[in-house]
Design a protein around this ligand. Structure first.
Ligand code: INI
Length: 157
């Protein structure tokens, strides 16, 4: 029989960490709410969620890496909002966060989900943080649950 790996099942007692940046807090607060709601609705208790605030998205990779290396979280979610301004700062922050999160995940072997909005405008960010284009925080938490299940199953093959 074919073994299918990759469902969305929360194992009782699994803990999840969320690293969220304060920059553009209007947006990131909503992303955090979406992520927490998704975890709750999949059966993760408040006590099994750890939330760490950092100043900006640039700080997310190191905190995510540190959380992952604690070996107590089934997965880590990063949440942030990088919104294009008049300078090239946006590009540096975006590329650093994206590659930093990917590297942290590879180095730790723990799934770290990229829930960082990178948009041209504040309107686009608001649309993706709980209004007409969904909530990327919710999506990130669902992805974390799915990946935690995948890696746990792969580990026991
Ligand atoms: N941080 C963000 O999370 N979003 C942004 O849009 C942003 N912009 O545009 O500057 C931003 N900058 C701060 C950066 O993430 C660091 O916190 C800061 O450079 C200190 O290291």
């Amino acid at each position: 029989m074919t073994e299918i790996i990759g469902r969305r099942i929360v194992r009782p007692g699994d803990k999840y960490a969320i690293a969220v940046s304060r920059f553009n807090e209007l947006v990131t607060e909503s992303l955090l709410r979406g992520a927490r709601n998704a975890f709750s609705q999949h059966g993760v208790s408040d006590a099994d969620m750890t939330v760490v605030w950092v100043p900006g998205a640039f700080e997310l990779p190191l905190v995510a890496h540190t959380l992952a290396n604690k070996r107590i979280f089934a997965a880590v979610v990063t949440l942030g909002a990088v919104i294009r301004g008049a300078t090239s700062h946006f590009d540096y922050v975006c590329s650093s966060v994206a590659s930093g999160v990917a590297q942290a995940s590879r180095e730790s072997g723990v799934p770290i989900v990229f829930g960082v909005l990178t948009t041209d405008t504040i309107e686009q960010a608001i649309e993706r943080s709980g209004t007409k284009a969904g909530n990327i925080g919710w999506d990130a938490a669902c992805n974390a649950i799915e990946l935690a299940d995948v890696y746990s199953t792969l580990g026991s093959l």
